[in-house]
Design a protein around this ligand. Structure first.
Ligand code: S3P
Length: 450
């Protein structure tokens, strides 16, 4: 078996000329697709395996730029990571205190998850470190992690306005405490729990709405004594992690684009194989079903401790709804796809309580509204959401704003347009869904690179 050490980092933002897609209106979408591994779980698997005692194998690892950036960061801190085959990593854990000081800034690329979780993890090290990111990540708010970490005794400097880079001063004595978060954020919760491993006493996190619990579940799988329930987690510091193997299920946030595409294109039927269905991630399924979508779950099972099933999606007429605010955290990454479903529904769809969308890889409310308007629709924005009025989608030229999920959402919207849609600046799709274009063409999309 070939063995290579994975040191591949994120793409150079100043690199090759921008890529664009031209997507022609579609025919019925058919076939069976397997989407790549879950991004959230892949990040965490590398982090926890690196801190564990012993060797862990990760299967189904997402070969995206974001998760490869995280792996490269641990390689820079002395962790040996082999990549014997695509989507497989063998991580030689160095133990809780075994990381080495990096020889320069650590580049998280486009990954908010990478930067925020690492902020917590690195706050407890003996050495200093600096986290940097690409242009999009450099505009994203970091006080949500630096402020509660400072309350534990961490010292982290940010740029003006609480933005990256993060300069983390090592050698601090962290103290566990009870955190009551204002924002429902799995990234913030996870940063605090990771810092809590290095803190004296107990670290407890209470959330305003439950968010994805992968950090909690995976810490338990690595042998950490952690108590958690929806919206709450608590652990005590100083615990060592025991290496374990991780199986990463397919990412529902990537499947989302095909779920919406099959729902809106008449005559479609797609099977998405063994998609991860953690209840904190399935808000889109609940909302689409409320809109009238035909989504069946077949061959349910478990993969790496997560519920999975095949999703069989057939075209169905959709009706607009008011998206319940309580479901927002369970579909926080799926709004670009939902906006497209709403654009093809019968009657307006209203989204509220989703201000977080304005601080994702881009301002997703503004980006989706602008693109849908370009294609001929009316979208009314509010600070925390939008109302999307369905109508005939025309061809036109839209911008991804460097946001992978906006790019893929408009490739889906093009399926129902009356003419070709040009989508500008799509290189970012590789951060979360390498091979999206090939898979989309296999399903019946007419998508060409320009
Ligand atoms: C993620 C949590 C979410 C999500 C992001 C991945 C994670 O962010 O949007 O894509 O892996 O913890 P927030 O926790 O900031 O809502």
């Amino acid at each position: 078996m070939a063995e290579t050490t994975d040191v591949t980092g994120p793409a150079d933002a100043s690199g090759p000329a921008q890529q664009h897609w031209i997507v022609a209106p579609g025919c019925p979408l058919r076939g069976t697709l397997t989407v790549p591994g879950d991004k959230s779980i892949s990040h965490r698997a590398v982090m926890l395996a690196a801190l564990a005692d012993g060797v862990s194998t990760i299967d189904g690892f997402l070969e995206g730029e974001d998760t490869r950036a995280t792996a490269a960061i641990f390689a820079r801190m002395g962790v040996r990571i082999e990549a014997p085959a695509p989507s497989r990593r063998i991580v030689h854990g160095v133990g809780l205190d075994g990381l080495r000081a990096p020889d320069g800034p650590l580049d998280c690329g486009n990954a908010g998850t990478g930067m925020r979780l690492l902020a917590g993890l690195l706050a407890g090290q003996r050495f200093d470190s600096v986290l940097v990111g690409d242009a999009s990540l450099s505009r994203r708010p970091m006080r949500r992690v630096t402020v509660p970490l400072a309350q534990m005794g961490a010292r982290i400097d940010t740029a003006e306005g609480g933005l990256p880079p993060l300069r983390i001063h090592g050698g601090q004595r962290l103290q566990g405490r009870v955190h009551t978060l204002e924002v429902a954020s799995a990234q913030v919760k996870s940063a605090l729990l990771l810092a809590g491993l290095y803190a004296a006493g107990h670290t407890e996190v209470n959330e305003p709405h439950p968010t994805r619990d992968y950090t909690e579940r995976m810490l338990a799988a690595f042998g950490v004594d952690i108590v958690f329930s929806p919206g709450h987690a608590r652990l005590h510091g100083g615990q060592r992690l025991r290496a374990t193997d991780v199986a990463v299920p397919a990412d529902i946030s990537s499947a989302a684009f095909f779920i919406v595409a099959a729902s809106i294109v008449p005559g479609s039927e797609l099977r998405l194989r063994q998609v991860g269905l953690n209840p904190r991630r399935t808000g889109l399924l609940r909302v689409l079903r409320q809109m009238g979508a035909d989504i069946r779950e077949e061959h349910p099972g478990e993969h790496g401790g997560e519920p999975v099933a095949d999703l069989v999606v057939r075209h169905a007429p959709l009706r607009g709804i008011a998206v319940p605010e309580a479901v927002v955290p369970d579909m926080i990454d799926e709004f670009p796809a939902l906006f497209v479903a709403a654009a093809c529904a019968d009657g307006p769809t209203t989204v509220r309580g989703a201000a977080e969308l304005r601080v994702k890889e881009s301002d997703r409310i503004a980006g989706m509204a602008a693109g849908l308007r370009t294609l001929g629709l009316r979208v009314d924005e509010t600070p925390d959401g939008a109302t999307i009025y369905p109508g005939v989608l025309h061809g036109g030229c839209v911008d991804s704003h460097g946001d992978h999920r906006i790019a893929m959402a408009f490739a889906v919207a093009a399926q129902r347009a009356t003419g070709p849609v040009q989508i500008r600046d799509v290189a970012n799709v590789a951060t979360s869904f390498p091979g999206f274009d090939t898979l989309a063409c296999a399903a019946g999309f007419d998508l060409r690179r320009m």
